[in-house]
Design a protein around this ligand. Structure first.
Ligand code: PMP
Length: 354
């Protein structure tokens, strides 16, 4: 660090994204990206937007908000488009958390919540998941805090039923409950339907996973119009032109090509079931993932060792070193070909470690 770095960041431990190595070609199963390209319509809309790049993007994101609202059955003042869903999570931390409203989230969840809390100096509390990595809804009742729940959770992949999500929202009437649905399209039931009934519910979504647009950076928040106004005020004060022209156009194209998304979702869900079965046959135990990744451990090899051995064979998966999950690996569900190569490499590694 330089001598100019603010004292307030001296103990900051930045979020570590899944690596994007350029040194050789890997089978990339480490960042929960889609193995499929974006919809052809998303691509052609983005191309069309290129010739208008001399102008700023629409800071109000009017066309995109209209499309999002109509696609999800909401009104335009109930959505806010952002630069990836990380940005809407960031805005929630800025808008709804402070000394009086600390953040609250599970001990095993998306690591960005903790990092965002730290960067904004927000006090936070982590609640341990149960021994099966499940959220106990009762732990979040009457919390007096701004609750962040990833549903399905990451990296466990486990879903909290919508009725439990609703109870957590209902039992925190005076604080905001942020439900991060980055992976909900792969098998979860969305809390978007609860928005008309709860003024303290903010749902976040992303185009990075089910819509194959991780590199475009598009997400959004949905909630009561009052919450959206708050978030919008913070957005206009930090990054007014947050969604670039190409990305906004691609997002509209992707929403108008739902058949393409549904086809890919079906493939990923089938591949997830197949991969889970094959890993079980090899002796892995797995959580019940409703996402585009599996979370698994093997009795004969630790998560770190397996990740390293696969890397040497040109396959990237993700390992987290926090003590409760260090035996596990998180593997993105790719194509059948990618997963066949993964399984062959794992067999080879397990043979070698006997
Ligand atoms: N939430 C969860 C649970 C995630 O795993 C991710 C992806 N790392 C995000 C949000 C953020 O995704 P993005 O910024 O690409 O929308």
């Amino acid at each position: 660090m330089s001598r100019f770095f603010s004292d307030k960041y001296q103990s900051l431990v930045p979020y570590v994204p899944g690596e994007q190595p350029r040194d050789r070609k890997y089978i990339k199963l480490n960042a929960n990206e889609s193995p499929f390209p974006p919809s052809p319509l998303a691509q052609s809309e983005a191309m069309k937007a290129l010739s208008g790049l001399q102008l700023y993007s629409d800071a109000r994101n009017t066309a995109l908000h209209r499309e999002l609202a109509s696609f999800y059955g909401l009104s335009e003042d109930q959505v806010l488009a952002t630069n990836g869903s990380d940005e809407i999570l960031d805005l929630c931390m800025m808008a709804f958390c402070d000394e009086k409203h600390p953040a609250l989230f599970p001990d095993i969840t998306y690591g960005f919540y903790k990092v965002a809390a730290e960067v904004y100096g927000v006090p936070y509390e982590e609640i341990p998941l149960d021994e099966d990595f499940r959220i106990r809804p009762g732990d979040y009742f009457s919390s007096g805090k701004t609750v962040f729940l990833a549903n399905p959770n990451a990296p466990s992949g486990i879903i909290l039923p919508l009725s439990d999500v609703e109870t957590v929202v209902a039992r925190n009437p005076d604080t905001v409950v942020v439900v991060d649905e980055a992976y909900v399209d792969f098998g979860g039931e969305s809390a978007l339907s609860l928005i008309p009934r709860y003024d303290n519910l903010l749902v976040t979504r992303t185009f990075s996973k089910s819509r194959s647009m991780a590199g475009a950076r598009l997400g959004f928040g949905a909630g009561n119009a009052g919450l959206i106004r708050d978030l919008s005020a913070v957005k206009f004060s930090s990054n007014p032109y947050n969604v670039n022209l190409m990305t906004a156009a691609a997002g509209i194209g992707a929403l108008r090509d739902e058949a393409y998304t549904q086809k890919n979702l079906k493939t990923i869900v089938e591949n997830r079931a197949w991969l889970s079965r094959e890993l079980s046959k090899l002796g892995f135990s797995l959580t019940d993932s409703k996402t585009n990744f599996v979370f698994a451990r093997h009795p004969a090899i630790g998560g770190g060792a397996l990740t390293l051995a696969l890397r040497e064979r040109g396959i990237l998966i993700r390992h987290f070193s926090s003590p409760r999950i260090e035996d596990y690996v998180r593997i993105t569900v790719g194509t059948r070909e990618e997963l066949s190569a993964l399984l062959a490499a794992i067999k080879d590694i397990l043979e070698g470690s006997k």
